[in-house]
Design a protein around this ligand. Structure first.
Ligand code: NAD
Length: 353
């Protein structure tokens, strides 16, 4: 196994691993550990080349620093990518990946991400202890999705307060795109709180099933942007807020869990100009990472404590909206400012023994 450094300005450590025996070719990026060891998922993709993989791992690890800073997880940001076809997974590959993670001595802690499942992480765990997100019976915090949904629910509360002057869900029209693990649960929570929930998904059978079970209103995914609503919640995939969709939006606010909803940062400014309040994705969808961060406490995972912090996503968004209001910024810029303030405060704080 060969491990080599890649020097990248603004990043604490970026390392490459090549291992001919297991055929592992992977990168780990530790963006910033000011606030704690870096944590971020491991993804596996058939990148065209290492350059493309490097671009992805750098972008994602920096995003994790910002996400964890605002969520106050006590963690920094990192990420890892395995370069290769997920069909070619093998135990040897993940054991080698574990040794690679271990070589950073805990500066990088891994978790699930695209094309990496709990089963793969169990194999990684054979050769490193720096793994989170395993099942409860393995000492982990289990499936993060219900916690992400819970955090988003409290985030929507802050959004309603900011956009409508009241956090009440009663009678509010909420449109959710993507009712998978997170969106489906969020729809239930919003309905329980008194909102009128409208759902769409490319999986129409799932929409029908959920509408019958929970009384949601269903719309076709192709036409969902024609539906007037108070809050639109993208919970399917990224880049759905773009030049084509913004003119069609018939909502007062956007609050969903999908990662990287804005195709480009300027689309956040376009929403502001249109008078649409945007809940920055990495602030409102932090429930999962907050939950996982509680695995790393000395006493181990504690659900009550985790949930109490997840509910504070409400306060985190209130802070973002206050910065946006006071400094006349778009909310996505305000979130970055808040993250940078948290990191700067961490730099000044005395080093913990
Ligand atoms: P999921 O795969 O369980 O659900 C996604 C749903 O979106 C599915 O029902 C799918 O059919 C639907 N979908 C996919 N493409 C679509 C399209 N083009 N139009 C309409 N519907 C479409 O995923 P999830 O775990 O619920 O996560 C949803 C999003 O939130 C993802 O972007 C994910 O990265 C992000 N996220 C998830 C978590 C978590 O804890 N699971 C945490 C943070 C962010």
């Amino acid at each position: 196994m060969q491990i080599s450094e890649i020097r990248v300005d603004g990043y604490e450590r970026v390392v490459r691993c090549t291992d001919p025996t297991s055929r592992l070719h992977a990168l780990i990026s530790v963006h910033d550990t000011t606030l704690g060891p870096s944590l971020g998922g491991m993804r596996m993709l058939s990148y065209r080349n290492e350059e493309e993989a490097l671009f992805d791992v750098l972008r994602l690890s920096k995003g994790m620093t910002y996400k964890s800073a605002v969520a106050d997880t006590g963690l920094g940001g990192g990420k890892s990518v395995v370069i290769g076809d997920p069909k070619l997974k093998s135990p040897a590959l993940f054991e080698a990946m574990g040794r690679f993670v271990e070589s950073l001595g805990g500066k990088y802690i891994t978790a699930e991400d695209m094309n990496i499942g709990v089963g793969d992480l169990v194999t990684v765990r054979r050769t490193t202890k720096w793994v989170t997100g395993l099942a409860r019976d393995m000492g982990g915090s289990g499936n993060p999705s219900p916690y992400t949904a819970r955090g988003a629910f409290h985030g929507v509360r802050a959004v309603l307060e900011e956009a409508f002057g009241s956090p009440s869900f009663k009678g509010r029209r909420m449109l959710i795109q993507g009712v998978g693990a997170v969106g489906g649960r969020l729809a239930e929570l919003l309905t329980e709180a008194g909102a009128h929930v409208i759902i769409c998904d490319i999986n129409e059978a799932r929409v029908q099933e959920l509408c019958e079970r929970f009384g949601f209103e269903g719309v076709s995914d192709a036409k969902h942007l024609e539906v007037p609503c108070d809050v639109y919640s993208p919970c399917a995939r990224g880049a759905t807020i773009n030049d084509a969709t913004i003119p069609q939006l018939k909502c007062k606010a956007i609050a969903g869990v999908a990662n990287n909803q804005l195709l480009e940062p300027r689309h956040g400014d376009a929403l502001r100009q249109k008078g649409i309040l945007y809940a920055p994705d990495y602030v409102i969808n932090a429930g999962g990472i907050i939950n996982v961060s509680f695995e790393l406490l000395p006493g181990g995972y504690d659900e009550d404590k985790a949930v109490a912090k997840i509910d504070r996503i409400y306060d985190n968004l209130r802070r973002v909206f206050a910065i946006a209001r006071e400094q006349r910024l778009s909310t996505h810029v305000a979130a970055d400012r808040l993250a940078e303030q948290c990191i700067a405060a961490g730099r000044k704080a005395p080093i913990k023994a």
